[in-house]
Design a protein around this ligand. Structure first.
Ligand code: PGA
Ligand code: ZN
Length: 433
């Protein structure tokens, strides 16, 4: 009886943008407690689980009292007495009692906090770290980080159209080495901006504020920063982009405000392919919008044998959408954000669907984060290939990288780091895996 849920409790706490968010606790009869905090996106896909906000004047409409009340009322009642080791049953109960396809009633922010807190409680009852509990007897590996250097799009007042300018260090031998190299590049990028009189602080995820005249200038500057840091672009440090194109899609195509350019879907595909030609790009997320399947198929056909093509807003951590995309030939990787699905089990299902198609898998944070470390454990315990947490500054980000270092140390001799084997098979082969 030690693993039965005796109490579920939520409160409103604060995230990295100073907005309210849901923290949930799951208490067990045996005394173990699990706790987790819901993250929040700013460039959200329209097919995501609902992020329930109170509206009205208080907190600028961003309050989460309704979601908190759902946890303390209906959710607590639905889960009382449930065995916390059955994550699937717990998540099914959350979905059933919400009763809508997209967590409209409770809010995905309520359900995800409870679902993750239940996983923490199960691990605590077992006396093991969460990543070990999630892996059970299955394989575990340390995910390859992708780390933001410049943050644009919805995270920087749309200063650039492209949202994330990131780096990946796939030929490193360890997490510790990846973080050291990334730290060098991050610092060098700050120096380059300073030297040009363009240093203007940081964006939502800690990347440098993108004071550029064109989107491409950000790419040039990133290459310069990699070189200034003493690393070789396209050899040891690669560029990864999250274009987040849904944010500047207008139904008839794409409007890149910084470049003063309009593009049809086909022209957007050409533009992305041209960038991939000119710069050492290894990964591209959401190169076209969430409803642009022809564009996503075209990019995947043109670039997918060498470059990782990730669906984020396009797939919204949905097993069904992953299966449909694989069928259509769109993407070769999925971004997994637990709060897009609204529960741990549904996110896991999306990851499993991707792995069944030999896709790469990237567990990801949101732009609104907290000290919560759950995603690091999910990435390791689920044997995901990569981890995306934002930049290399601010503690809601660094807490995750630091946790990954702790896990690397705890694994000791058993450590398996994904490195050049972090991608879909053809991309791995291109790296020499
Ligand atoms: P979001 O963006 O968390 O603001 O939605 C992150 C991403 O697009 O990957
Ligand atoms: Zn994205």
């Amino acid at each position: 009886m030690n693993n039965r849920i005796s109490r579920v409790h939520a409160r409103s706490v604060w995230d990295s943008r100073g907005r309210p968010t849901v923290e949930a606790e799951v208490h067990l009869e045996g005394g173990a407690i699990g706790r987790a905090i819901a993250p929040a996106g700013a460039s959200r896909g329209k097919y995501e689980a609902v992020d329930l906000r109170d509206g009205g004047a208080r907190h600028g409409g961003m309050g989460v009292e309704k979601a908190v009340a759902a946890v303390n009322g209906e959710i607590a009642a639905a889960l009382h007495g449930a065995d916390v080791r059955d994550q699937g049953d717990i998540d099914a109960a959350l979905c059933r009692s919400d009763g809508t396809p997209n967590k409209l009633r409770f809010g995905g922010n309520a359900t995800v906090a409870v679902s993750m807190a239940a996983a923490h409680a199960a691990a605590a009852a077992e006396g093991v770290p969460l990543w070990r509990w999630l892996a059970q007897d299955g394989p575990v590996s340390l995910p390859l980080p992708e780390i933001q250097i410049f943050g644009g799009g919805a995270h920087a007042g749309r200063r650039t159209d492209i949202q994330d300018f990131m780096v990946m260090v796939p030929r490193a031998g360890s997490i510790r080495e990846v973080l050291e190299v990334t730290g060098n590049v991050y610092r060098a990028a700050g120096e380059v901006m300073h030297d040009r009189g363009r240093l203007a602080g940081t964006a939502d995820e800690g990347g440098w504020w993108p004071m550029f005249d064109t989107n491409e200038q950000a790419l040039e500057t990133l290459v310069e920063a990699i070189e200034r840091a003493g690393h070789r672009p396209g050899e040891d440090v690669f560029i990864s982009l999250d274009i987040a194109a849904s944010e500047f899609a207008d139904g008839n195509g794409y409007v890149m405000a910084l470049d003063d350019a309009r593009a049809t879907s086909a022209e957007m595909v050409e533009r992305v392919c041209a960038w991939a030609d000119r710069y050492p790009i290894l990964s591209i997320e959401d190169p076209v919008g969430q409803d642009d399947t022809p564009g996503m198929v075209a990019v995947t056909q043109r670039l997918g044998s060498k470059i990782q093509i990730i669906g984020d807003d396009y797939l919204v951590t949905s097993a069904e959408r992953v299966a449909r995309a694989a069928q259509a030939g769109a993407c070769n990787a999925v971004l997994v954000k637990v709060n897009q699905a609204g529960s741990v089990s549904e996110a896991r299902a999306a990851l499993d669907a991707a792995q069944a198609h030999d896709w790469a898998t990237i567990v990801s944070a949101r732009s609104g984060e907290t000290e919560d470390l759950t995603i690091v454990h999910l990435a390791v315990g689920w044997n995901a290939r990569q981890l995306k947490v934002g930049s290399f500054a601010r503690s809601e980000r660094m807490a995750k990288w630091n946790e990954l270092l702790r896990i690397e140390e705890a694994m000791g001799a058993d450590t398996r780091f994904n490195g050049i084997a972090a991608f879909a098979p053809t991309v791995n082969a291109g790296l020499g895996a």
